[in-house]
Write a protein of this length. Structure first.
Length: 308
């Protein structure tokens, strides 16, 4: 299956990164190399450099092929390891960093990966192909832990009912496939919810986030990436759900915050100064044309910060 993924907010990312031909840039989520390729094409082959990372071996293979002949290097690594990768490659910081979060179209559309609730496939959802799988979580976690994951990561109000029915179902036989899980979820919510939209989305998102520790890696990566930026460098992050966006928004705000003394203090005693400035105070979202061309872009939000 071809690795297909439509780059979301591509022009907005390129503009936001303010790419310099002789700069060093990092794409922490190479995927199908859509963003990576456009960044690399804007670099001077003898002076500029793009370092593209991905935790998915299939993405690394595809990105390497699509970036051939450009001033780019692809590395199998999680973006939370960016500092280590840059150090090993002898890069003294980055002029720009891009993180395009979430799951790729290829991962969703490739049934064998087990990310999608459309159809029936083995329960997996591992981006790296290693570690704990969705099957392990669904069949091994307690009802309480499953309920917490589905509620916190999926923001699903029927989390307790879904978790309880998962435990009941696996008591009869292990839950092996996405189709089995989808049927359990559908039976756990009111009929009116099933009529309005597919009720599986939030639970599948929650389990995927837990399998890949997405929020944990993002939490670490935001600090790591900002520290890797050179002064004047920019970081652009595309999020696709509220948990990611909230974390990015709050972290960017902390980077841009100066004095944290209590308001009643007549003068600043903390000595804290802003480390960055927000390039866009409100998130950039896809326009009507992009939404019409790519329905999966509808929840995307782009935030950009510049290191000072």
């Amino acid at each position: 299956m071809e690795f297909k993924h439509i780059s979301v907010l591509l022009d907005e990312c390129l503009d936001g990164l303010a790419i310099k031909p002789d700069g060093v840039y990092v794409d922490g989520t190479a995927g199908g190399a859509g963003h990576s390729r456009e960044i690399a094409k804007r670099l001077d082959p003898s002076k500029g450099r793009l370092i593209a990372l991905d935790r998915d071996p299939e993405a690394v293979k595809t990105a390497s092929e699509r970036l051939e002949g450009l001033p780019a290097q692809v590395v199998l690594a999680n973006y939370s390891e960016m500092d280590r990768v840059l150090d090993e490659l002898g890069a003294d910081g980055a002029d720009g960093i891009l993180l395009d979060l979430g799951v790729s179209s290829y991962q969703l559309d490739n049934a064998e990966r087990g990310f999608s609730y459309h159809g029936d496939a083995p329960l997996d959802m591992r981006m790296s192909g290693e570690g704990i799988s969705a099957k392990d979580i669904v069949n091994g976690f307690s009802a309480e832990e499953l309920g917490r994951i589905i509620f916190e990561y999926g923001e699903e109000k029927y989390a307790r009912s879904i978790a309880s029915n998962i435990v009941k179902a696996r008591g009869r036989a292990p839950i092996e496939t996405t189709g089995q899980l989808a049927e359990i979820i559908k039976s756990s919510v009111p009929q009116r919810v099933r009529r309005d939209k597919n009720p599986c989305k939030k639970t599948f998102q929650a389990i995927r986030i837990a399998v890949n520790d997405e929020l944990g890696h993002l939490d670490k990566a935001l600090d790591t990436a900002f520290d890797c930026l050179k002064h004047g460098g920019r970081m652009a992050v595309i999020t696709f759900h509220s948990l990611e966006d909230r974390l990015v928004k709050q972290r960017f705000a902390s980077f841009a915050r100066g004095c944290i003394c209590p308001p009643e203090f007549p003068v600043c005693v903390c000595g804290r100064t802003p480390r960055g400035k927000l390039v866009n105070k409100r998130p950039i979202e896809p326009g009507e044309e992009e939404l019409a061309a790519n329905r999966r872009s509808r929840s995307a939000k782009l935030r950009i910060i510049e290191k000072i």
